[in-house]
Write a protein that binds this ligand. Structure first.
Ligand SMILES: Nc1ncnc2c1ncn2[C@@H]1O[C@H](COP(=O)(O)OP(=O)(O)O)[C@@H](O)[C@H]1O
Ligand SMILES: [Mg+2]
Length: 382
């Protein structure tokens, strides 16, 4: 159907006009009666084949004129009443107009429907194209995100690896430091201290053998005192580097000795309670507990401004718990998290981690501080 053409098919024009003219002539000469309407209806039917709306309307109008003119000019049949002839013509007009109007209205409806359908189809196509575009954009975005996620994962992985390497390094450093302390302590105690002791003995012997001169005797006595003092200092230094009694006599005694020494030096009163400690305590765990207690008490002396502190060591079948508590000024643990600034806490945590334990710091300004650690014994979970 070509909607742009306004001229109907010439064959249709020719057929309808010839037929209408023929019928008109027939109507003038022959008494067609009721057949007039039916015959003209045939002409109208042919005109309806034209897609142009105006053409069947024009043909129907022309046929109506011909029907009326035919009635006026045609032969008057005797015996046929006028009303019947008029009714016949009116019926003929009805017969050609009703189908035309109905048909054209119906066709208008169908065309409107088709237009609506075409419009709908166009919109669906447009929408589909938009959706395809949106889908492609979405797919591109998903691919981009996946790439970003993958690179993020790689970075995280690398960071995690670096962290593990750093931790391993810290662990090695701590172990190396402990070994080195042990070695220096042994050197100081077994070698240097012994030699100083020998020197003191020699001075003493020399003092006894020399002819009595007050000045020399006085000098030698002072020398002897200095050497003995030096020897004490070296022993103390050796003890600080690594208390051999930790290995020889165990953690409670070593801690007790450290606490006594600490109290004498700082004037802080420290109580030690220990209960149910496994015997023997593995050396690495004992060493860790000792160092953590040492660092925590060091912090009490340095930062807490407390007059009293308490150390508690509790053992069980599954592990050992240590608590170092003071009633000093306290601090906000969330504000001292930088590992480079809080070297004490960082090394405590690393030590505890090395023996699969965990460390907790409970403190707040004005409320004192408690450092707690829990170390599981081999064969039990942390
Ligand atoms: N017992 C305590 N009382 C008050 N403040 C403390 C105590 N222990 C630690 N702190 C605070 O935590 C910080 C970190 O301690 P630490 O890691 O041992 O580093 P450092 O002792 O070298 O300053 C300290 O500088 C101090 O402010
Ligand atoms: Mg410290």
């Amino acid at each position: 159907m070509n909607k742009t053409t306004t001229i109907p098919d010439p064959r249709l024009i020719a057929a309808t006009s010839t037929l209408a003219a023929g019928l008109f002539v027939l109507d003038l000469w022959l008494p067609l009666g009721v057949a007039v309407g039916v015959l003209y209806w045939g002409v109208v039917l042919i005109a309806l084949a034209s897609p142009q709306r105006w053409f069947p309307l024009t043909v129907t109008g022309a046929c109506s004129i011909l029907i009326i003119v035919g009635a006026l000019l045609g032969p008057i049949h005797s015996g046929v009443p006028l009303w019947m002839a008029v009714t016949n013509r009116l019926l003929s007009l009805l017969v050609i107009w009703v189908p035309v109007v109905v048909f054209l209205e119906r066709r208008r409806g169908v065309e409107a429907l088709r237009r609506a359908y075409d419009e709908l189809e166009r919109r669906v196509e447009e929408r589909t194209a938009e959706l395809v575009k949106a889908n492609q954009a979405l797919e591109a975005e998903i691919a981009e995100r996946k790439r970003a996620e993958a690179s993020l994962w790689e970075t995280q992985h690398a960071l995690e690896q670096n962290r593990w390497q750093l931790r391993a390094l810290a662990a090695q450093l701590l172990t190396a430091q402990d070994d080195e302390r042990r070695r220096i302590s042994r050197e100081l105690h077994d070698d240097l201290n012994q030699r100083l002791a020998m020197l003191a003995v020699e001075i003493e012997t020399f003092q006894q053998r020399l002819p009595s001169s007050k000045l020399i005797a006085e000098k030698l006595r002072s020398l002897h005192e200095q050497v003995v003092e030096l020897s004490d200092d070296v022993r103390h230094l050796a003890y600080q580097f690594h208390p051999s009694i930790l290995d020889d006599l165990g953690l409670p005694i070593a801690l007790q000795r450290y606490i006594e020494d600490f109290s004498t030096r700082t004037g802080i009163n420290v109580t030690l309670v220990h209960k149910d400690l496994p015997d023997p305590l593995p050396q690495d765990i004992a060493s860790c507990l000792y160092r953590v207690a040492q660092e925590s008490l060091g912090n009490v002396a340095k930062h807490a401004h407390a007059s009293h502190a308490a150390v508690e060591l509790l053992g069980s079948e599954t592990g050992v718990r240590l608590s170092v508590r003071d009633s000093g000024v306290g601090f906000d643990p969330t504000k001292v998290k930088q590992p480079l600034i809080c070297l004490g806490f960082t090394s405590m945590k690393e030590r505890v981690r090395l023996v699969n334990g965990r460390l907790e710091v409970k403190s707040s300004p004005g409320q004192g501080t408690e450092v707690r650690i829990w170390i599981p014994l081999a064969g039990s979970s942390p």
